[in-house]
Ligand binder design. Structure first.
Ligand code: PEP
Length: 256
């Protein structure tokens, strides 16, 4: 049985005061919902230490938004996986479409980041997804398959058991347009079948999250799909009441 997971990607938002209030409200509001769902928040790197302090002895886990592929070196402005570990980071987002687009990250670089995270004991949340142009050209499946296969080729199956995948259609991120549950399930099914070609165990155990304008309104229908194991949530994760509702709508569907 895969345990559901909801991760909040705060992107480049927040301040010390804002994050303190957000985390206090979140921890208070989640209560027993944590029994059915793992909850992760990914603040901007400068707030990892503050977040670690605020999340101590709570059920909410800490994630980061990026990691460098190398262990150390002359990489100005970058952060190594071992540094994240020192701040209690358990998850890291790799291959987010905003980094593929803005920082020019390639499939190969994303796969190397994924390997670096796994080597340090951090679970990578590997983002894959097609642009609107790619979908309209009928290439959505092949783009996502290429992105997933780059990971499978670089990392071995045993290590990948600690990974999480996130299908995030680029056209749904921050747009208010969500993939329909059927569209999302179809792509999640494809991703799981690619994992199965590598290892039956990997396919059975890997959580595949959906991301792209998840909200309190659409979360339940998305999470009811058989291959959707939770969500990667951007905008709504900055609104504590809505994020709590999203986490609870996953938790309520959890059957131990
Ligand atoms: C994201 O940034 O990963 C994301 C899914 O954003 P949003 O929920 O705002 O679409």
């Amino acid at each position: 049985m895969r345990r559901s997971l909801v991760a909040g990607n705060w992107k480049m938002h927040g301040s010390g005061v804002m994050i303190t209030g957000l985390l206090q409200r979140l921890v208070q509001g989640l209560g027993a919902a944590e029994d059915g769902v793992e909850v992760v928040v990914c603040p901007p790197a400068p707030y990892l230490s503050l977040s670690q302090d605020l999340l101590r002895h709570t059920g909410v886990q800490l994630g980061a938004q990026n990691v460098h592929a190398e262990a150390a070196g002359a990489y100005t402005g970058e952060v190594a996986a071992a540094m994240l570990v020192e701040f209690g980071v358990r998850f890291v987002i790799v291959g987010h479409s905003e980094r593929r687009r803005d920082a020019g990250e390639t499939d190969e670089q994303v796969a190397r980041k994924c390997a670096a995270a796994l080597k340090s004991g951090i679970s990578p949340i590997v983002c894959v997804g097609e642009t609107l142009e790619e979908r309209e050209a009928g290439n959505a499946d092949s783009v996502v398959a290429r992105q997933v296969n780059a990971i499978l080729q670089r990392c071995d199956d045993a290590a990948l058991l600690n990974s999480v995948f996130a299908y995030e259609p680029v056209w749904a991120i921050g747009t208010g347009i969500t993939a329909t549950p059927a569209q999302a399930q179809s792509m999640h099914g494809l991703i799981r079948s690619l994992l199965r070609e590598s290892s039956i165990d990997l396919a059975a155990r890997t959580r595949i999250l959906y991301g792209g304008s998840v909200s309190a309104e659409n979360a339940r229908a998305l999470f009811a799909q058989s291959d959707i194991d939770g969500g990667l949530v951007g905008g709504a994760s900055l609104r504590p009441e809505e994020f709590i509702t999203i986490c609870k709508s996953v938790s309520e569907q959890w059957k131990p």
